[in-house]
Design a protein around this ligand. Sequence first.
Ligand code: ADE
Length: 351
Amino acid sequence: MGNENPQEGKAAGESSVALLSKKADPAEETSEFISLRPKSLKEYIGQAEVVEALSIAIEAALQRKEALDHILFHAPPGLGKTTLAHIIAEEMGVNMTVTSGPALEKGGDLLGILTHLEEGDILFIDEIHRLPRVVEEFLYPAMEDFAVDFIFDKGVHARSHRYRLARFVLVGATTRAGLLSAPLRERFGILRSLDFYSEEDLVLIAKRSAVLLNVEMNTDGAYEIARRSRGTPRIVNRLLKRVRDFAQVRGDGIIRKGTVCEALELEGVDEKGLTVLDRKFLKAIIDFYKGGPVGIEAIAATLQEESDTLVDVVEPYLLKIGFLTRTSSGRKISEETYRHFGLPIQQGLFR
Ligand code: ADE
């Protein structure tokens, strides 16, 4: 998990605000750390429409020798927003600076980053919906006019200075498109949502990663990992590493269906890919709220979890597989969920 965290892999002494990442670091490809991320759109599996739209935009910009339009990606965690940003930088042949909404507290934090960008460089802002309002307003002229006005001092001493910026490309990533203000959203030229991946695509991703990790896996094993990965490549790769450990220590090193089932039972991942937190979430609605409807804050209080985690991480997949519905009066679970848990369905609950 967390291999899309912009702060991950940060060298000592680097700013906590931004991580300057140049081209792929050869040290990343050692046996200790093998990047499972695709490095080009050709290698990228799934999200066919998004990949096609991006490849057209990249080719056109390269032909015209221009920078790309600003790009916004919207998707639940682990679906490839950061990976695509890295690929775009690679294919455009530019550098990318990575930061995130909560890391930027004031305009000055952004100023330092913006003034270091070169022509065509990418600024990647993860969790852009969590950008403080003052920083967001600072970003508007930067995105539109490639200039920022910075005000020094206060009151009668206030002085303003206009900084000209290189034509950079902002790539924003968000799990909550709805929380982005309209003025910010309107400044992006390319807006794309990534969907959960099909089982077939997850199988291909699992097989590709197994080759990179140099582990033998049969097709049934790949399908079992795919089925339990909540439609999410990052989870495929995480589970694959756990199953590889299990196969190595408890088996003959080869990943088969049985190995996956045994290894993932230990991880608390069930046949549908639901995790401990997914099950706690669904059980809380059943046990404390008779299946719903119930507000998200009440569920969060019951579980002592952040409601943001539930909304961003837990709910999207449960909604996708129909275990959960969201109504105007709150969250409700479905008949399917009761069946999954082998629970009796109360008369009149769903009719
Ligand atoms: N690894 C993680 N996501 C991937 C993707 N979409 N294609 C190929 N490999 C991946």
